[in-house]
Design a protein around this ligand. Structure first.
Ligand SMILES: Cc1cc2nc3c(=O)[nH]c(=O)nc-3n(C[C@H](O)[C@H](O)[C@H](O)COP(=O)(O)OP(=O)(O)OC[C@H]3O[C@@H](n4cnc5c(N)ncnc54)[C@H](O)[C@@H]3O)c2cc1C
Length: 507
């Protein structure tokens, strides 16, 4: 009987458990157990459902959908019986705005991230200056030069975008779009890890605009698929459906893994969930496993690996930087929603170029001297990174006519606000939303979620480091690393990765 420990009960851990359970039920000699530190499963995924007389509000405290192009989350949802729950993003209202000169400017239609498929769509757009538009037009004519100079090595997203379109497109559009997904610094993010499709386009066509035009020609009249897919009742439906398929006695909540030893099977030391603080010494459970699958964040996984990584070769290959996020979801019922207007679209992004360093230094946080953060500080010191107009992006997330806005503080802003109260954070979000969108009444429900260091930064050279890491891990029998630090941060990638890692256990 092969004993397998899964550490962490987010989407990665639950998907791995599901795949192992399918095999176990078919007779595979597997005895798996999942250990989750907290009192709940789902990890970063968290859906809050608020039922009111006018209907249900669905507030996402983590991911709110996934990229449709990648099939693995959809496939899993269908397999779990959630096909009728799948919803597409409402692409008819798909406008996204950029805050520029204190007003919201729409990103022109026909853009795939920062690349236009149709240069005519840029005409008349106040988002770009004449020289940025000229840089776009020139890119189409520079195909040969761009193919010839396409680097053989990885580079930063900033360098890649600059080579194609110049500084203005980078700061006005590419940086906020990427920060909205990865929360990171485009000067450090690896283009090969976070925009591999554009690297391929450059290698094949030189010009990215030419590459997109060629693929839209090849697609012909076929309707493009919706950009995002989600679940009617929130993303947590997926983790709930996974959990429902798993034997409850194999899911151990409030049971953090504390330590591992390879001696010679894996000894996993777990905190005892029945621990009573007055009991000394602190009781711990030790269990023996043939295989350990870590699905925890890289910050959590690192110290575990230190116990077996004597010369720190693994440690040096793991991502070090991670970006924090704070999400503030707010709701207004239909009668209040009538009293203010929101532009039609999915939401807006705020370029962070003028952002100050957080007022709370890391030093102050470490020493515990954390100054009180007032809402008045925030527009300068903790500007919003983005806001989603939830009821317009996904249908069925709010009662008819009601509104949900989800404000997003990322990176330094999220760190600056990390120790502020929910009230201060909500006030900070609302103050800035009112400056940008105009008068907005106080919301009826608010929900604040802090996600410190939740998005690992895939810095230049990431893929090479991960390939080296995988080679080192392959030499350690019975160890697998899953989660968002390695081969993708999005739900589809994590699901694909967890399923294939679990299947490898069966061979
Ligand atoms: C703000 C934000 C928005 C996002 N939006 C999207 C989106 O719209 N679409 C998309 O596809 N992706 C999105 N992502 C990315 C995606 O949500 C995450 O990458 C994914 O949820 C991570 O899942 P995971 O299971 O790998 O890790 P986690 O969800 O972090 O799960 C790890 C689990 O391990 C547990 N744990 C920690 N320490 C221990 C221990 N010692 N022992 C046992 N258990 C432990 C934790 O409690 C946690 O439950 C978003 C991420 C963030 C932060």
């Amino acid at each position: 009987m092969k004993r397998i420990a899964i550490i962490g009960g987010g989407i990665s851990g639950l998907t791995a458990a599901y795949e192992l359970e399918l095999a176990r039920q078919k007779g595979a000699a597997i005895d798996w157990h999942l250990y989750e530190a907290s009192h709940r499963l789902g990890g970063i995924i968290q859906t809050t459902r608020i039922d009111t007389p006018e209907g249900r509000y669905i507030l996402e405290g983590g991911p709110d959908g996934w990229v449709t192009e990648k099939p693995w989350a959809r496939d899993l949802a269908i397999e779990l019986g959630l096909e009728s729950e799948l919803i597409d993003s409402n692409d008819a209202t798909r406008k996204t705005y950029i805050l520029k000169d204190a007003t919201l400017q729409a990103i022109p239609d026909a853009m795939r991230m920062m690349v236009p498929t149709d240069l005519a769509a840029l005409e008349g757009s106040p988002l770009f200056s004449a020289s940025a538009k000229a840089a776009y037009a020139a890119e189409l004519t520079r195909a040969e030069e761009l193919t010839a100079t396409s680097p053989q090595h990885d580079e930063s997203v900033a360098d890649f975008v600059r080579r194609h379109f110049g500084e203005e497109v980078l700061t006005t559009l590419a940086a906020p779009l990427l920060s909205g997904v990865f929360g990171g610094d485009v000067n450090k993010l690896s283009v090969r890890a976070v925009m591999p499709q554009f690297v391929r386009m450059e290698q094949e066509h030189g010009s990215l605009i030419a590459a997109l035009q060629a693929s839209s020609k090849a697609r012909g009249e076929r309707q493009p698929q919706p950009i995002f897919t989600s679940l009617r009742n929130g993303i947590a439906s997926l983790t709930e459906a996974l959990t429902a398929r798993l034997p409850q006695d194999r899911l151990h909540l409030n049971t953090p893994a504390l330590h591992i030893w390879d001696d010679p099977r894996w000894q996993v030391i777990l905190d005892d969930p029945t621990f009573e603080p007055q009991k000394v010494p602190h009781p711990a459970i030790v269990d023996l496993f043939d295989h350990v699958i870590f699905t925890t964040s890289v910050d959590t996984t690192k110290p575990f690996l230190a116990a077996i990584d004597y010369n720190r070769r693994i440690d040096k290959l793991l991502p070090t930087d991670a970006s924090s996020a704070i999400l503030v979801a707010m709701t207004w019922p239909a009668d209040l929603a009538l009293t203010f207007t929101i532009p039609q679209g999915f939401g807006f992004l705020v370029p962070q170029t003028t952002r100050q360093e957080p007022v709370i230094s890391t030093e102050a946080q470490r020493s515990g001297e954390i100054p009180a953060f007032t809402a008045a500080d925030t527009a300068a010191d903790a500007p919003l990174l983005a806001c989603t107009f939830v009821d317009q992006k996904f249908p069925h997330r709010s009662p008819a006519g009601a509104r949900i806005l989800r404000a997003f503080f990322g990176g330094p802003s999220a760190e600056a606000l990390a120790h502020a109260t929910d009230e201060t954070i909500t006030h900070a979000a609302l103050t800035q939303l009112r400056e940008i969108l105009g008068p907005i009444p106080d919301p009826i429900h608010t929900h604040v979620r802090r996600l410190p260091r939740s998005l690992p930064q895939y810095e230049v050279g990431h893929q090479k480091r991960i390939a080296q890491l995988e080679a080192l891990i392959a030499d350690i029998p019975g160890l697998t690393l899953l989660g968002n630090a390695y081969r993708g941060v999005g739900l589809p990638d994590l699901i694909r990765d967890a399923r294939s890692a679990a299947r490898r256990q069966l061979t």
